[in-house]
Design a protein around this ligand. Sequence first.
Ligand SMILES: Cc1cc2nc3c(=O)[nH]c(=O)nc-3n(C[C@H](O)[C@H](O)[C@H](O)COP(=O)(O)OP(=O)(O)OC[C@H]3O[C@@H](n4cnc5c(N)ncnc54)[C@H](O)[C@@H]3O)c2cc1C
Length: 44
Amino acid sequence: MMSRNLIVIGGGAGGPSAAAEAKRSDPTLEVTIIEQGENVSYAA
Ligand SMILES: Cc1cc2nc3c(=O)[nH]c(=O)nc-3n(C[C@H](O)[C@H](O)[C@H](O)COP(=O)(O)OP(=O)(O)OC[C@H]3O[C@@H](n4cnc5c(N)ncnc54)[C@H](O)[C@@H]3O)c2cc1C
């Protein structure tokens, strides 16, 4: 079966939130976050 890919542009607050939610709703989804800076957002 063909895998589905999601590319999220931006690793601030919104990008990782969207990526996590997409992965929760479909764990088989291949998710890539592209961030232009050196760091992505982190919050516990
Ligand atoms: C001065 C200031 C103080 C703030 N203080 C607080 C606070 O105390 N508490 C709070 O909750 N909120 C605060 N905020 C608001 C908070 O920063 C924003 O609401 C939040 O960061 C928005 O997240 P975002 O993911 O939409 O955008 P951003 O955080 O702007 O993330 C977007 C990301 O996309 C990346 N990007 C953009 N273009 C590209 C590209 N072409 N390719 C790859 N990557 C790209 C950027 O590098 C960036 O990392 C503050 C905002 C400002 C300006």
